[in-house]
Each structure stands twice: as structure tokens, then as C-alpha cells.
Design a binder for this molecule. Structure first.
Ligand code: ADP
Ligand code: ZN
Ligand code: ZN
Length: 821
């Protein structure tokens, strides 16, 4: 017998922006141990070690380079499954980025150790030092004197090369952590409230109680309680009653001990959970019941269903009932949310029904926590049957996914902008679900035009829910004509008389108010103070943006520009103003009008701190805030039960945002904000201040006419070459050298135009033409639906490759954004 020398290789992804996989040599023994989806430490470049992922095993020696040997096998079993690997390659190909970028974005960084990774010890862990191996102890010791260490430095400490497994062990023992911003787990403040025990709600018992109470101090508290309850019609907090009666908590405590008062928390959901009282009794309304049945029927023939339910129709309750069916059958469920801030409310609602089957996964979670969730999902553990998360939870190692819910599917935060992979979580979720043969439910009160369109061509099913839960009517929407109000001097700052009166009314009823002022956008627009006209581009359906330093009005889509006019083209008035007032100004004006009220602001400036968003939401929920002034953050799916008035300060600046989605987004935003009003019992009111009360979108919001908005926008999308009829691929070029960038982007755009038979716009200078000293140009490719995506992308990639070969342009960075949103 002759023995032939066999060669054994593995194919791996490295976590770098490189478009291909790499081949490493392994021994025969290793070859038979390694499985796809295991992590391997590999040397790469000069003296660097990375955590790579095995995607294939084979016997083909690479022709172009000498295959290096691996450093170390990191796993005993796969931590990534084949469905994930396929999905990641799909993302790389569809969104035109490298597989390394996807891999890097998919794994928690604690699973992606490399020689440059910095580790630090976790504090004050009760830990048994005897449980550490000698090597683990050495690292532990080293971290006692130095706060942090680079992994490559540990090579010296242990005096050996293969150290990643030791580090991995220490991470799993919660002794060290990959360095990152300090993460803390948010615990909402549970304000304590009291209420009279049921027994004393009967008058005769109460009279008896009052005459029996000996202590004057106790009597004072009781009387104050009645006074507060009668005056304010809102929960009485312990703090409030103790302060207003000048008594001590001890006296109040004694009343609670005597069972005259009961203590309770406003965030009662959480408390229920802590007491392990899982409340699994949802009674759906008739309309909800029908919707749920209809979803099931859709799922018999289709994989994706849109639940179009008006605000406060109780979509969450429908989701819960649906989830129940899937986990009963042992399936995993993924619940995608557009925003981390929304998870708190949802977790509270879901744990109430599913107890500890719910796990949360998002980027504000610490690395170690993320690894824990990753492993739980991998093991299909009981504690992570339901994952609530933001877009990155799409990358978890699901093996048995039954259902993906994408709530608020219209939100553009589902699309990752930077860095690559620039994927859309909703769309990638549909592809993932397909691989699992599972179902997708998209939910929204204001679906994206793309999604709704797909229901009309029978790609997705559609279930509509047109009534609010509990027979609450949709809010009354009243338009206030700002032009008229300014003319008749019925304005107080930015507040119309109508709005101010409504605010006063709400205060009188002890109800809360939300004021919405959207200041999105950078350079302000030019608006006629007399007629409200905003100059529009002649060739595109967008308004022109005022560029101050060039004194120009410009279209960001076709590049059309004109000198800033001296008078209005519509009415010839010379009273042209640059528009722009923000939430801060509203907050200040209101504070001076109502100095005794608690007015808070919620926008990017006030929610920058960790959990500041949740804190504001909590105290608004607890009714410590009377008026919340905010930006589009308020338009997300928040549920407050005491808000009866929503004011939209100026509807117009949303409408004239230079973007083909401006009308769609304005409709969504206004409808969503309006939907915060009157969610329980009392019918809500919405005041929209505008210069254009007759504008179609504003009329559509007022009449709750989604279909009207949809049809009109769909028509515009068609004639102006936008989605869903055309796919947008946006190229963004950046360079520090203005001239070189100009030349390079012209060259690239020209070549694209020569080789692609479709509308291509650009190169354009975006409104923010320079960021961090880099100049920016964009090129927009509009790909008709009927032209092959595959071959077009191939051509684009080829052109990009040849662009890279021009030495002068090589240093220009090009970012590709497929399905630019
Ligand atoms: P949406 O997400 O559709 O805007 P939510 O799911 O937030 O609406 O529901 C609005 C309110 O109605 C919530 O406070 C919710 O708890 C309540 N609700 C909805 N359906 C039910 C139900 N079947 N039983 C009890 N409360 C419900
Ligand atoms: Zn005018
Ligand atoms: Zn234009």
C-alpha cells in the first residue's frame, strides 16, 4: 500500500474589510475535529492574530499564496450555524460589502478577540481564586496592577502563543471583559404610590375609620389623601403626601401596616414579574380576534404579512397571542424594534406573559451579556425563546426560528447607514425567515410605501385593524392656519391662541400634553413669511435648500441651483425668512407662559446620556412631567395613558425636507405623534399648526387617510423613478483633497453612465459637503425593477474595481449603499 500525502485546509472569514475568504493549513487530526462555524485563531499580516470563522473544509491548496498554519482552535463545537453563514454571504452580496464586514458586525466583540483587543477585569467579583488554572491566575494577577491589557501583551505574560482560549475562559467566568464603554443595566425608577384599601372605599366604613383613628397625625394624612385625590385625579405618591403633610414616612408606614392604605408602583408590570405572577390572560377584543385569525389564514399561503393597525389598536396584544402559539410549538421568536429605547416598555409587557422566556439583545448591552444571550440562543435555551432586539439581533444563532415580528416596520432606523454592512433589518429578516421556513409579521400604523405596495401585488398578505382598543375613538385633529393667526395677531410666540387654550384645558383636567417640533435637517429653508411659499426644484419633487455661504438655493437631487431670490416667486413679498426654530425655543416659551408647570424636553440634546431617554419616559408615565416637548423620538410606539392633547408646532418644515420620502415621512411622523393622544378612555385631541392647511399630506393626516397618501405618493414615485419601482444604489465618495475628489467622482459617474442604461444622478455635493475635513460627493443609481440586479451590481463592482486601479483615485473612499433609504 502506498500512502499519498494528503493536504488539509480550512476556508475562513477574517474580521476585516476584505472581500474574500482565506485558506489555512491544518493537520489531519485537526481537519477531522474542525466543523464549519467554529472559530479559529489565525495569524494574519505581520504578527497579528485574529479570530476567524470556518466556512469550509477542503483539500485544495491555494495557488496564489502559501497557506499558513492556524494558531489555535477556539471552539469545541460550532458557535455559528450554516443558516447564518449563508445569510451573511447573502448580506455581503446583496448589500455589496465584504463578508468580513458582515462577520465583524455579526459577532459580539468578546467572541472576536484579536491581538489588539484590550481586556480589563470586571470589578468586585466574588470569586474563588482556587477555581482558576495557573494561566488564568497569572492573567488575573497581571490585571490587579494594570487596569487593562492588550491581548498581545499577554503572550509575554504566559510566555506562549496560543492564549485566546485562556482569555475566552476568563470571559466566560465573568472575571474579565473586553474593554468598552462602561455599561450599566438600567433599572427604571419605581415610584411608590398609595391608595386607599378597597374596604374603606365604602362610605360607611370610611366614616367609622375616621372616627376610630386616634392619632391626629394619621388623620391628617388620610384627609390630605382625599384632598389630593379629589383635586388632582392622579395617583398619590408617597413622597407627595409625606411632604405636603409634613409628616414622617413612619406614620404613613403604620397606616399601610394597618391595611388602611396599600402601596403600589406605577410600573406594575415589572413588579408582577418579580413576584413571579405571570399573567397569561389576554382577552382580545373582537376586532383583535379577527385580525389574529386573518394573520393565521395569510400564513397558510404566504410567508410575510403586514398588520396595518391604527395607533393604539392593540397590535402588541396581537403579537403576544401570536407568539404564544409559536413558542407552544417549541419555536424561537425574534421581535425586532427600531430603537433601543423602546425595549424597556416592550420587555415589561412581554415578561408579564412569558416570564423569563424573554431575552433582550442590543448594543447597549455589555459584551458579556451579549455573549450570554448568544450562547443561550445557540443552545436553544428556555430563557431565550423570545428575543427582543434591535437590528443586530438578526445575527444571533437561531436554529429553530418560527416567527419574526418587525414592529414599526416603516422606521428608517432599521437600515444601517455606517459602517458596512448597510443592511435593512426588515428586508434581511425576510430572507432569514425564508431560510428557516418561518413567518414574518410586519406591524405599523403607517406602513412604508414599499411594504404596502408588496401587499397590493400579492407578495405579502395584508390584515387591517381600523379601530382603537377599548372603543376609544381616533383623536380629533384640528388644523390651525398660521398665516391667518400671524395676520390677525393671534399668536403668542410660536403658540396659536387655539393651541394655548387647549393646553390650559388639559391642565385643568390634570391631563398631560405632548408638543412636537421636528428639527431635522441642517441648513434652514427659505420661506415666505407672507404666504408660506417654499421654493421648489423645477425638475424634482423636492424643495430647495438654502446654502448660506454661497447665498444660493439648491436641489440636492439634480444639482439645480439658483441665486437666493430677493422676493417671493408666489406673492412677490420681500419678507423672506430662513426657517428654523427648535424644541428648545418651544420649551422656553412655554415655561414662561406656565411657570408653575413641569415642562421637559426630549430630543438628541437631552437624551445623550445613558438611559436618559428611559428616565424621561418613566417620569412622564409617572405624571411628574406635565408637558413633554420633543422631536421625532416622540413619534415612536410609546404608550401613555394620560395624554389627551398633542400639538404639532409646525407641520411645514417636515414637508419641505429635501428628500423623496419627505411626504411619506411627514405623514408617518404626524400620524404617529397624533396617535399618542387619547389612548385610554377619553378621546384625544391633536392641534396641527401649519401654513398650508390645504396641503394634501396634512389633509390626509387629518382624515386618517393612509390610502390617499399611499396612492398619491406611489404615483410620484413612479414618475420620478423612485422605490418601489426603482432600486436606489447610492455611492458616497470622500476625500480630503477637494480637486481630486471632484475629478474622481466625475470620472466614476461618467463611467457608470456609459456602462449602465438607467438614470444616474450626480456627482452631487450634499448639503453637508464636508465632514471632519473630508469633502463628500454622491452618485445615485436608479435601477429599474425589471433590470437584473445581479448583473447590474456586477457591472458596478467592476467599475469600482477599475476606479481603484487609477492610482490617483485609490485613496478616495467609496461607500456603497444598496436600497438607500
Ligand atoms: P398599538 O401598538 O397598536 O399602538 P398598543 O398595543 O400599545 O397599541 O395598545 C394600546 C393600549 O391598549 C395599550 O395600553 C394596551 O395595553 C391596551 N390594550 C390593547 N389590547 C388590549 C387587550 N386585548 N386587553 C387589554 N388591554 C389592551
Ligand atoms: Zn409669498
Ligand atoms: Zn432637482
Amino acid at each position: 500500500m502506498t500512502t499519498t500525502q494528503m493536504n488539509y485546509f480550512i476556508e475562513v472569514i477574517v474580521p476585516l474589510s476584505l472581500p474574500k475568504t482565506f485558506t489555512y493549513r491544518v493537520s489531519e487530526q485537526e481537519f477531522y475535529f474542525i466543523k464549519k462555524g467554529m472559530r479559529i485563531a489565525v495569524p494574519f499580516g505581520k504578527n497579528k492574530i485574529y479570530t476567524a470563522l470556518v466556512v469550509d473544509l477542503h483539500n485544495n491548496e491555494p495557488k496564489l499564496y502559501e497557506a499558513k498554519e492556524i494558531d489555535q482552535i477556539l471552539d469545541n463545537f460550532p458557535v455559528v450555524n450554516q443558516i447564518q453563514i449563508n445569510h451573511w454571504f447573502w448580506i455581503a452580496s446583496y448589500y455589496m460589502c465584504s463578508i468580513g464586514d458582515v462577520y465583524k458586525g455579526a459577532l459580539p466583540s468578546a467572541l472576536l478577540l484579536e491581538s489588539e483587543t484590550i481586556i480589563s477585569k470586571l470589578d468586585a467579583n466574588e470569586m474563588d481564586k482556587n477555581s482558576l488554572s495557573d494561566e488564568e491566575y497569572l492573567i488575573y494577577e497581571a490585571l490587579q496592577c494594570q487596569n487593562s491589557l492588550k491581548i498581545k501583551d499577554i503572550v509575554g505574560i504566559l510566555n506562549k502563543k496560543t492564549i485566546l482560549p485562556v482569555i475566552q475562559k476568563l470571559i466566560s467566568k465573568n472575571i474579565i471583559s473586553v474593554q468598552e464603554e462602561i455599561q450599566t443595566t438600567y433599572k427604571p425608577k419605581l415610584a411608590k404610590y398609595i391608595r386607599l384599601a378597597d374596604e374603606f372605599r365604602i362610605d360607611s366604613n370610611l366614616a367609622l375609620l375616621l372616627s376610630n383613628l386616634k392619632s391626629e397625625k394619621r388623620k391628617t394624612i388620610l384627609l390630605k389623601y382625599f384632598q389630593l385625590e379629589a383635586q388632582e385625579h392622579k395617583p398619590v405618591s408617597i413622597k407627595e403626601i409625606v411632604e405636603s403633610t409634613n409628616s414622617s414616612t413612619a406614620i404613613l408606614k403604620s397606616l399601610i401596616e394597618k391595611k388602611i392604605f396599600e402601596e403600589y408602583y406605577i410600573q406594575s408590570d415589572r413588579v408582577n414579574f418579580e413576584e413571579n405572577k405571570i399573567d397569561s390572560s389576554i382577552v382580545l377584543s373582537e376586532a383583535q380576534e379577527i385580525a389574529l385569525k386573518d394573520i393565521d389564514i395569510v400564513f397558510e399561503t404566504k410567508d410575510v404579512c403586514l398588520l396595518h393597525g391604527v395607533t393604539s389598536s392593540g397590535k402588541t396584544e396581537i403579537y403576544i397571542s401570536l407568539i404564544e402559539n409559536y413558542i407552544k410549538n417549541g419555536k424561537q421568536v425574534l421581535f425586532l424594534l427600531p430603537e433601543i429605547a423602546l425595549t424597556t416598555q416592550l420587555v415589561a409587557r412581554l415578561t408579564k406573559f412569558f416570564g423569563n422566556k424573554v431575552a433582550v439583545y442590543h448594543s447597549k448591552y455589555s459584551n458579556n451579556e451579549r455573549v450570554e444571550v448568544w450562547n443561550n440562543v445557540l443552545n436553544n435555551s428556555e430563557t431565550s425563546q423570545i428575543i427582543i432586539g434591535t437590528r443586530s439581533s438578526l445575527f444571533l444563532p437561531f436554529s429553530n426560528l418560527g416567527l419574526i415580528i418587525v414592529d414599526e416596520e416603516h422606521e428608517n432606523t432599521f437600515k444601517q447607514q455606517d459602517p458596512a454592512p448597510r443592511y435593512h433589518a426588515r428586508d434581511a429578516a425576510i430572507v432569514l425567515a425564508n431560510a428557516h421556513q418561518s413567518k414574518v409579521l410586519l406591524g405599523s400604523a403607517t406602513p412604508s410605501i414599499e411594504t404596502y405596495y408588496k401587499t397590493t401585488i400579492n407578495k405579502f398578505g395584508l390584515v387591517s385593524l381600523n379601530e382603537r382598543f377599548g372603543n376609544v375613538q381616533m383623536p380629533i385633529i384640528e388644523l390651525v392656519d398660521l398665516k391667518d393667526c400671524y395676520f390677525r395677531k393671534k399668536m403668542n410666540g410660536h403658540f396659536s391662541e387655539v393651541l394655548l387654550n387647549e393646553i390650559k384645558q388639559a391642565f385643568e383636567n390634570n391631563e398631560q400634553v405632548i408638543l412636537f417640533q421636528n428639527r431635522r435637517g441642517f441648513s434652514p429653508i427659505l420661506e415666505c413669511h407672507t404666504c408660506g411659499n417654499v421654493p421648489q426644484c423645477q425638475q424634482c419633487d423636492v424643495s430647495l435648500t438654502y446654502h448660506k455661504y454661497k447665498n444660493q438655493l439648491r436641489c440636492h437631487y439634480c444639482g439645480y441651483s439658483m441665486a437666493k431670490p430677493t422676493n417671493c416667486h408666489a406673492c412677490s413679498s420681500i419678507d423672506l425668512i430662513t426657517k428654523g426654530f427648535g424644541t428648545e425655543q418651544i420649551e422656553l416659551e412655554l415655561a414662561s407662559l406656565f411657570p408653575q408647570k413641569n415642562i421637559k424636553r426630549m430630543d438628541q440634546d437631552t437624551t445623550r446620556g445613558k438611559y436618559s431617554f428611559e428616565k424621561i419616559i418613566d417620569s412622564f408615565k409617572n405624571r411628574e412631567i406635565d408637558v413633554l416637548v420633543g422631536t421625532q423620538m416622540l413619534a415612536k410606539g410609546l404608550d401613555f395613558d394620560n395624554v389627551t392633547l398633542v400639538g404639532i408646532m409646525n407641520a411645514d418644515n417636515m414637508l419641505y425636507y429635501p428628500d423623496f420620502r419627505a411626504y411619506e415621512r411627514s405623514f408617518q411622523m404626524m400620524t404617529q405623534v397624533a396617535g399618542r393622544s387619547g389612548r385610554s378612555k377619553k378621546r384625544g385631541k391633536v392641534i396641527i399648526q401649519t401654513y398650508n392647511p390645504l396641503n394634501n399630506v396634512i389633509q390626509q393626516v387629518t382624515n386618517n387617510d393612509y390610502i390617499g397618501m399611499y396612492s398619491e405618493q406611489l404615483y410620484e414615485r413612479k414618475i420620478y423613478f423612485y422605490p418601489p419601482f426603482y432600486r436606489l444604489i447610492k455611492l458616497t465618495l470622500k476625500h480630503r483633497d477637494f480637486e481630486n475628489l471632484n475629478k474622481g467622482s466625475l470620472w466614476l459617474c461618467q463611467v457608470m453612465k456609459q456602462n449602465l442604461n438607467m438614470p444616474i444622478l450626480g456627482p452631487e455635493e450634499p448639503a453637508i459637503g464636508k465632514i471632519r475635513n473630508e469633502y463628500i460627493r454622491t452618485i445615485m443609481i436608479k435601477l429599474p425593477d425589471e433590470i437584473s440586479l445581479q448583473s447590474t451590481k456586477k457591472t458596478i463592482q467592476k467599475i469600482l474595481n477599475s476606479f481603484d486601479l487609477v492610482s490617483q483615485y485609490r485613496s478616495i473612499k467609496v461607500a456603497v449603499n444598496v436600497d438607500f433609504n
